[in-house]
Ligand binder design. Structure first.
Ligand SMILES: Nc1ncnc2c1ncn2[C@@H]1O[C@H](COP(=O)(O)OP(=O)(O)OP(=O)(O)O)[C@@H](O)[C@H]1O
Length: 366
């Protein structure tokens, strides 16, 4: 039997003012025990509001939020301090006058006063949490004596020390430079796995969401566009918005023809698409370029990204396409090329002018 979700949101809605659209609009989702869920979306889509609703810092205007089987947000209300939820804020929110040890112990002491935690194991739990994040040698330092990455780990240890049912992370790596961000996100994932913590984290970085999460919830204008595994969200985006935001793919206007879907750069086969026109989604990494003096596409720019080149290409109509190719051979800027795409990698979406953003079809190999 599947264990019940540790968190469930049922049509949760939050509206900050009657004049503006809801910041969170009828969102339903659940979080399994030990699962890591990433809330992904552009600035202003409602990610932080949703996290704050889960934490209990905001009250929903509609819907119900359950922790386990207990309704806590809705008609029945449980305040944040009684929700058994640990939070790591974007700026870490460490107490500057407390040492690492005192910061981590803080959450446990607060529980002591409520009689929910025996004093005897306070020191042990603090030490365990500090060891978990590898800061044993820095316990007597103050936050200003730590790097950004170390401060992040203290905040994580403080949130984990009371062993809450759920950990919430608000843009956990956004204040760190790229190197630290990359290794710390792997480390955080390992730590969460090690303790079996269930976690919801917020990010606007698609790569971070795909790398860290077991499932990704993509939000757009307060609504949930898709929730699924990283592989499915990337491979089968449920809407044009998800495709654009998550994969940063190119979109080529296309019309049906007896040979397939005709675009200004070639003809491609896509099954079952019954519409007058659509946009073909072509991921940057799926484009292959063949140098051809008679080709319709011109290489406008080439960037060296370390492991690959990123090309900016211009079609006859002036549309810019982006391609990422291994650095086996560099194609000169100004060259003319033909582009090739494996048909099975294509997806067709309704043209934006149609107002519909759902995929029209799965691709068919030709
Ligand atoms: N306290 C508030 N009062 C009024 N409106 C708010 C408040 N907090 C957020 N909003 C609005 O609600 C919407 C969602 O904001 P929210 O901060 O949840 O988005 P976000 O996806 O987390 O954005 P970001 O990535 O920029 O933090 C935005 O339009 C924002 O302006």
């Amino acid at each position: 039997m599947t264990p019940p979700p540790i968190l469930r949101l049922d049509a949760i809605t939050k509206r900050y003012s009657p004049q503006s659209p809801p910041a969170v609009d009828q969102i339903s989702l659940s979080l399994g025990q030990g699962e890591i869920l990433g809330l992904l979306g552009p600035s202003g889509c409602g990610k932080t509001t949703l996290l704050r609703l889960i934490a209990g810092f905001e009250k929903p205007d509609g819907g119900t939020l359950y922790l386990g089987s207990q309704p806590v947000g809705g008609t029945t209300w449980l305040p944040p301090e009684r929700r058994d939820v640990g939070i790591v804020f974007q700026d870490y929110a460490l107490f500057p006058h407390l040492t690492v040890e005192q910061n981590v112990a803080f959450g446990l002491q607060r529980r002591d006063r409520k009689g929910r935690q025996a004093t005897s194991d306070l020191r042990q739990r603090t030490a365990e949490a500090i060891a978990l994040v590898g800061l044993e040698t820095l316990t007597h330092r103050f936050p200003h004596e730590l790097s950004g990455g170390q401060q992040q780990r203290v905040a994580l240890a403080r949130a984990l020390a009371p062993r809450p049912a759920i950990i919430l992370l608000d843009e956990p790596f956004s204040n760190l430079d790229v190197q630290v961000r990359l290794y710390l996100r792997q480390e955080v994932r390992d730590i969460l796995r090690q303790v079996g913590a269930s976690c919801v984290f917020v990010t606007h970085d698609q790569e971070e969401a795909l790398a860290l999460a077991d499932r990704v919830a993509v939000m757009h204008r307060g609504q949930l566009e898709q929730i699924d595994t990283p592989e499915t969200v990337y491979g089968q985006p449920a809407s044009r918005f998800v495709a654009e935001f998550v994969t940063q793919a190119n979109f080529l206007p296309a019309q049906p023809s007896p040979q397939g879907w005709q675009t200004e750069v070639g003809c491609f086969g896509v099954a079952g698409a019954e519409t007058a026109q659509g946009d073909l989604m072509v991921r940057q990494e799926d484009l292959a370029l063949v140098e051809d003096a008679g080709g319709a596409v011109v290489v406008r720019d080439r960037q060296f990204l370390g492991r690959e080149y990123k090309y900016c290409l211009q079609t006859p109509s002036g549309q810019l396409l982006y391609a990422r190719l291994p650095m086996t051979r560099a194609i000169e800027v100004g060259s003319r090329v033909q582009i090739m795409v494996p048909s099975q990698r294509l997806r067709l979406y309704a043209s934006q002018a149609n107002g519909s953003h759902s995929p029209l079809s799965a691709p068919s190999p030709r």
